[in-house]
Ligand binder design. Structure first.
Ligand SMILES: Nc1nc2c(c(=O)[nH]1)N[C@H]1C(S)=C(S)[C@@H](COP(=O)(O)O)O[C@H]1N2
Ligand SMILES: [Mo]
Length: 227
């Protein structure tokens, strides 16, 4: 084969590779009438830190992924509060300041995922409802019947967020749309997805879904999850 043919072959291969890379990275078109909305792209690094993908999670939810209809959805804060809150999805987003934070979720099954989360401070949500001085415990309930609880002190004194985005993209249904608790320094079972209701309570003995099945009630990452 002459040099001419080798060069021609290399040029054609290079063009083919560039073409394939280009189509595989082009944004997906979500809807296309008068305005074409481009699907947001998940970011995979932040301030020099590599992030996991929303696809790196294992789907092991008790009843599988839940699909919540944004129009039907209500977010409720009740129990030992001064006023019961009931908001639609967009009202939750409009009502509180937004924060972002890179936090790692560790599941008791031995995997983890580091994500840039974006959401509201749980503290802001609770203060907006008004915390009754008798409250000691925050119980969170989800669409699939799952629940978990955390000491009120943890949620008020620390910057714990309830996320609506991960890696710059709205939470996908299987990752907990509309909201997941970013329970920093707690085992994955405290990171409740598909949150519908937050109840302020004085019941420190409350045990959520996995806690009733033997996982520790404090859920602290630096301790064993049994107990
Ligand atoms: N509503 C709800 N939230 C949930 C769960 C669940 O089954 N239902 N599983 C928990 C557990 S055990 C883990 S490790 C994390 C994992 O998130 P993933 O299912 O998105 O991977 O979600 C937590 N939140
Ligand atoms: Mo888990």
């Amino acid at each position: 084969m002459s040099v001419k043919w080798v060069i021609a072959f290399l040029v054609i291969s290079a063009v083919a590779v560039i073409y394939i890379l280009d189509i595989s990275s082009s944004p997906q078109i979500v809807s296309g009438t008068r305005m074409t909305q481009l699907a947001p792209l998940e970011i995979r690094s932040y301030q020099g830190e590599r992030l996991s993908s929303s696809n790196d999670f294992r789907e092991n939810s008790i009843k599988g992924p839940q699909r919540i209809d944004e129009d039907q959805y209500r977010f409720v804060v009740d129990g030992l509060v001064n006023r019961t809150v009931s908001y639609q999805y967009h009202e939750v987003l409009d009502h509180y300041p937004h924060y972002s934070k890179v936090v790692t979720l560790y599941c008791v099954e031995g995997w983890d995922a580091t994500i840039l989360w974006e959401g509201m401070l749980v503290r802001d949500i609770l203060n907006d409802a008004g915390i009754d001085p008798r409250a000691t415990t925050v119980i969170l309930y989800a669409h699939d019947g799952y629940s978990t609880s955390l000491p009120l002190k943890d949620l008020v004194e620390r910057d714990i967020i309830m996320a609506y985005k991960m890696n710059n993209v709205t939470l996908p249904a299987e990752r907990g749309f509309p909201f997941q608790l970013v329970a920093e320094d707690k085992w994955g079972y405290k990171w409740i997805k598909w949150i519908e209701r937050i109840e302020l309570s004085d019941n420190q003995q409350y045990r959520g879904y996995w806690e009733q099945r033997g996982y520790s009630n404090n859920g602290d990452l630096n301790r064993s999850f049994f107990g």
